[in-house]
Design a protein around this ligand. Structure first.
Ligand code: BGC
Length: 442
């Protein structure tokens, strides 16, 4: 496989996020985020992101590595509480300066910055007022986006409003496995609805302030396969698909929530205010899809509302990564096809895809052959999609350096560069060297 097999303008990038990399959690007047609170709590056992990969201090070297790998784009997120320590109010000049420095370094090396406004690290001060469950977040978020778009808009063209709403609303406000650790439908439904509104509000503000901006938002997705063709299993898969793949994009496209497939979530309408159907919509220039695994589902009495359960990949005798996710490349093509069918979807970027493996160090190198295979197989699916006329415009590798993997701590290693978390020493894995060659233009 060669770079030349892809269209000339195909965007090759790498993705990361603020909490997983920056560290510097309490310096230079940064305010705490819900992830600082969550991981520093006594009952959290997987370490914390207080230092992470220390990107706050090593951004220059890391961006140089991106250049060295022949990648042309860098997707990173802004930490809301670094800019606004209390979530609202006056901006923190040191936080504002940090992102100017990151952007300037990218531009200096001809790396295009792609900025995500929200990758899960809500300011703690806002969570204390209810966070995503409080409708006031429409104003808090608008204030934050207004500021960022005016401050950085002359240097940044490509924006993503949210990172994977389903993940942070589902894991953080329903299952309690992620920050802020809330559970139940009474939290999930308002958090989901306010997220959908902010998704569109963010897009509209960026459009108003940045006429030439290319505006998107990102969605997690999973191919959902029924266990067999029994009707009850087919229907269970349909419900899971509506929740995992359709719930956050369809309202933006003017299709409303997919409650005809998920009647149990009709209660979300309780949180509607007049005009919300209109407010939820935004004409995005692109959508980002982030694909890691597929799901095999069957009917189950629990949980009620969904009446569906996943059969864990580890129980299905299939290939998995170190987080127990099934490695299933064909699902990437299926998802590209599925999302491209929406009339309102113009362009698609794969804004994240990668995998975590046992990366053992032997004779000073990490020979992650499996990761190279993983990417090659994914790229085949992308080429197939392009061949069928699907407008896939780029691929952002997840991720540059092994980082802090949320509730799993530093165990899962997704990077193409190995990180020693004690010394912050970076070491190119074999996959990084492969990319360097694959992307080289000579
Ligand atoms: C998230 C990343 C995360 C990755 C791997 C995505 O859902 O956006 O922050 O590290 O998956 O689990």
């Amino acid at each position: 496989m060669k770079r030349k097999d892809f269209p000339k303008k195909f965007e090759w990038g790498i993705a990361s996020s603020a909490y997983q990399t920056e560290g510097a959690w309490n310096i230079d007047e940064k305010g705490p985020s819900i992830w600082d609170t969550f991981t520093n709590a006594k009952n959290f056992t997987e370490g914390n992101g207080n230092t992470a990969t220390d990107f706050y201090h090593s951004y220059k070297e890391d961006i140089l590595k991106i250049k060295d790998l022949n990648l042309s784009s860098f997707r990173f997120s802004i930490s809301w509480s670094r800019i606004f320590p209390d979530g609202i109010g006056a901006p923190n000049p040191k936080g504002v300066a940090f992102y100017h420095a990151v952007i300037a370094t990218c531009l200096e090396h001809k790396i295009t910055p792609w900025v995500t406004l929200y990758h899960w690290d809500l300011p703690q001060k806002l969570e204390e007022k209810g966070g995503w469950t409080n409708r006031e977040i429409l104003h808090w978020f608008a204030h934050y986006v207004e500021f960022c778009s005016l401050e950085y808009g002359d240097k940044v063209k490509n924006w993503m409003v949210l990172n994977e709403p389903m993940s942070y609303v589902g894991l953080g406000y329903f299952l309690g496995e992620h920050a802020p650790g809330k559970t139940g439908l009474q939290n999930f439904l308002p958090a989901a609805h306010h997220t959908v509104l902010c998704q569109a509000i963010g897009g509209k503000i960026l459009r108003k302030n940045n006429k030439n901006a290319c505006i998107g938002t990102t969605f997690s997705c999973s191919q959902v396969t029924p266990k067999n063709i029994l009707r009850r299993n087919l229907n269970a898969a349909k419900r899971l698909d509506a929740l995992l793949n359709r719930f956050f994009i369809e309202p933006a496209l003017g299709l409303g929530y997919p409650t005809e497939s998920l009647p149990g979530l009709k209660k979300i309408e309780k949180y509607f205010k007049p005009g919300d159907e209109e407010l939820m919509q935004f004409d995005f220039d692109f959508i980002g899809i982030q694909y890691y695994f597929r799901i095999v589902a069957h009917y189950s009495l629990f949980p009620p509302i969904l009446f569906a359960k996943e059969i864990p990949a580890t129980k299905r005798n299939v290939k998995t990564n170190t987080m127990g996710m099934e490695i299933y490349h064909k699902g990437l093509y299926k998802m590209l096809k599925k999302f491209s069918k929406y009339k309102g979807v113009k362009n698609i970027y794969i804004t994240e895809a990668g995998t975590c493996l046992e990366d053992s160090l032997k004779n000073g190198t990490i020979n992650d052959k499996e990761r190279i295979k993983y990417f090659k197989k994914n790229f085949k699916q992308v080429l197939k999609a392009i061949d069928k006329g699907i407008k896939v415009k780029g691929y952002f590798i997840w991720t540059l350096v092994d980082n802090f993997e949320w509730a799993e701590g530093t165990k899962p290693r997704f990077g193409i560069i190995h990180n020693d978390f004690k010394t912050q020493e970076r070491r190119f894995k074999r996959s990084a060297l492969w990319f360097q060659k694959f992307l080289s233009k000579d």
